[in-house]
Ligand binder design. Structure first.
Ligand SMILES: C[S@@+](CC[C@H](N)C(=O)[O-])C[C@H]1O[C@@H](n2cnc3c(N)ncnc32)[C@H](O)[C@@H]1O
Length: 262
């Protein structure tokens, strides 16, 4: 898909992340890649080869991979995020390729990659099924897909709706949180076998920081605070919604899923 033919959801994400790119660099919560390291530890049979990091942002995941011997392509819909990723790669003496494109259509040939990663981004995608199909297409047989994203356990419609509304107000480029069951079905439909899937709690440490990261408007901040004040019991208990040292905190359910192409 040409970059001038983006749909409304893709365009919203591109504008949001072009505007906010300076907030996603060093010191951002995502710069801690221990989740990626742990997940790769489960793929000890996979030797470094070609990796595609989809929706790479400023490159925390892809640059980690490059540092441990992978030949990495960083892909993102936002040119500004990719510029920052390239600058960091230069600072760290790492060589990576950057490609600007949407996650729903890839400009690569079949079976080019040994690993496709996508971390904390898929909840923005307008068509997650197309993204998984494209992932399966560009993976070599035996190649692996690592997905890390905000999620919500299956069978929690009330908490899911609450989280969706909070996220949409905080960052209007958010699209949808998918459950582990939905991701597994998308993988199976695309010919990928899920070998690991786990919801891991991940702390949202300070609502104000979280608002600032997305440049949430004052109106929407007020609406989120109201949603928090009136949160249903299901959301309260699932996300362990609370206050610590005057800061509003909760625990996201972050999905770590690994799937393999037959
Ligand atoms: C939170 S950042 C990603 C963080 C990064 N993966 C990491 O490990 O630090 C989310 C990224 O998703 C990208 N994005 C959102 N929707 C996209 C889409 N449809 N196609 C490609 N990239 C997209 C945004 O531009 C942004 O850079």
């Amino acid at each position: 898909m040409a970059m001038d033919k983006l749909n409304q959801i893709q365009r919203a994400a591109q504008q949001q992340f072009d505007r906010q790119s300076e907030r996603y660099g060093k010191g951002h919560i995502l710069s801690d890649v221990s989740d990626v390291k742990d997940a790769l530890g489960r793929l000890d049979w996979l030797k470094p080869g070609r990796a595609l990091d989809v929706a790479s942002g400023t490159g925390h995941t892809g640059l980690y991979l490059a540092g441990v011997g992978w030949q990495v392509t960083l892909a993102d819909i936002s040119g500004k995020m990719l510029e920052r990723a390239s600058a960091t790669a230069r600072e760290r003496g790492l060589r990576v390729e950057t490609r600007q494109h949407a996650a729903e259509t890839f400009p690569y040939a079949d079976a080019e990659f040994d690993l496709v990663t996508c971390r904390v981004a898929a909840h923005h995608f307008s068509d997650p099924a197309a993204f998984v199909r494209e992932t399966a297409r560009v993976l070599k047989p035996g190649g692996a897909f690592l997905l890390i994203d905000g999620s919500i356990e299956d069978g929690q419609p009330v908490a899911e709706e609450w989280a969706h509304n909070v996220e949409k107000l905080r960052d209007p480029s958010h699209h949808r949180l998918l459950s582990p069951g939905t991701w597994t079905k998308l993988c199976e439909d695309a010919g990928l076998r899920v070998v690991f899937s786990e919801l891991q709690p991940f702390k949202q440490p300070d609502l104000n920081w979280y608002f600032d990261a997305a440049n949430t408007s004052p109106d929407n901040r007020a609406k989120v605070l109201e949603l928090i004040r009136t949160a249903p019991a299901e959301a309260h208990s699932l996300f362990r919604l609370g206050e610590e040292d005057g800061k509003i905190v909760w625990w996201w359910q972050r999905l770590v899923l690994v799937a393999v192409k037959a």
